[in-house]
Design a protein around this ligand. Structure first.
Ligand SMILES: Nc1ncnc2c1ncn2[C@@H]1O[C@H](COP(=O)(O)OP(=O)(O)OP(=O)(O)O)[C@@H](O)[C@H]1O
Length: 319
């Protein structure tokens, strides 16, 4: 299903939750909406689902104007942070119910078992929701949405309650099912790694506006402004006054573009984090802080030389 959002705005009292959003999503695309808390991500998803009306603009699904069509008639499936499972049904019943009318009982049970195995909840199929942990409930909710193979998948932080290892396998499963069935997916997160891992394209939101849209690589390598610079990446760019490079205004520097151990610039190591394959080093330069990746552990307090290979900006100091 293709999605077109045409100049959609939505206010709650004085709060502008969505400000003239324009966006086209292709059939089969995995689109991730990334933004800080309160930027309007959930509102955009709810508007697409039909759970929220718009003040202005149109929503077109597969060429059909659904702006005023209720949620139940939009052929979308949603997984929200606050998953709602049927409390008086077992996990198996929760999974098979949505597809009761589409396949035989046996087929539904087989499909449920195969999805449950992949999400590591196969041993929970006979339990009731109140006998599950938060993370287990979230995986059941995800499994239930995956049973249905909808035309449009709307997911709002569906992995927020999972631990780091579960997140990686659930992420892969979502992507596999989405790709195998070419299900158009709009996925909301504030997790950088998740966004970069999953997205065909990503849209960065701030204060109800869509600031930049592109493939993760495009956005990563060509940030549109200082907000995206300070937000996109793991960790994002350091924003600094460009003076130390002889540049007027503020610039953004990725940690991998700082080469420690060569050049004329000097900084003091103020903190070091072990990242497995490398170290994240915090450098202090004339009272500002900058992050850099480095291959070996440095001592806190040590003075080091460094160069900057690449930067973004400059942007006005006054914003
Ligand atoms: N039902 C509501 N009534 C009043 N204000 C609301 C309502 N829903 C959202 N808002 C406001 O609209 C803005 C956007 O909220 P939204 O939930 O879309 O943000 P978000 O990016 O999803 O945030 P988070 O990452 O914290 O979930 C916020 O300022 C929020 O307080």
């Amino acid at each position: 299903m293709s999605v077109e959002i045409k100049g959609v705005s939505k206010r709650y009292g004085k709060v502008v939750a969505l400000d003239e959003i324009k966006l086209s999503i292709e059939k089969g695309e995995f689109f991730v909406i990334l933004g800080p808390s309160g930027s309007g991500k959930t509102t955009l998803l709810r508007v697409l689902a039909g759970l929220e009306t718009v003040d202005r603009g149109e929503i077109i699904l597969d060429g059909r104007d659904v702006t005023r069509v209720p949620a139940s008639r939009r052929e979308v499936a949603m997984v929200f942070q606050n998953y709602a499972l049927y409390p008086h049904k077992t996990v198996m019943e929760n999974l098979t119910m949505p597809v009761e009318s589409e396949m035989s009982r046996e087929e539904a049970r087989e499909l449920a078992e195969s999805i449950a195995r992949k999400l590591n909840i196969a041993e929970l199929l006979n339990r009731y929701p109140n006998e599950l942990s938060g993370g287990q409930q979230q995986r059941v909710a995800l499994a239930r949405a995956l049973m249905k193979r909808p035309k449009l998948f709307l997911m709002d932080e569906p992995l927020s309650n999972l631990d780091a290892i579960q997140r990686i396998s659930a992420r892969k499963l979502i992507k596999d099912i989405q790709r195998d069935n070419s299900i158009t997916t709009v996925y909301v997160t504030h997790d950088q790694v998740e966004a970069m891992a999953l997205a065909d394209r990503v849209g960065i939101m701030d204060s109800g506006r869509l600031i930049q849209v592109g493939t993760p690589e495009e956005v990563y390598n060509n940030v549109a402004n200082d907000f995206v610079a300070s937000f996109f990446g793991n960790p994002p760019m350091s924003l600094l006054s460009g003076e130390f490079l002889g540049i007027k205004g503020r610039i953004g520097i990725r940690p991998e573009d700082v080469v420690i151990g060569e050049g004329e610039l000097r900084g003091r190591v103020s903190e070091v984090e072990f990242w497995g394959d490398r170290y994240l080093v915090y450098l202090e330069i004339n009272g500002s802080e900058m992050r850099a990746f480095h291959g070996s552990r440095l001592r806190v307090g040590e003075q080091v030389r460094f160069t900057v290979r690449r930067y973004s900006g400059p942007w006005d100091d006054g914003k």
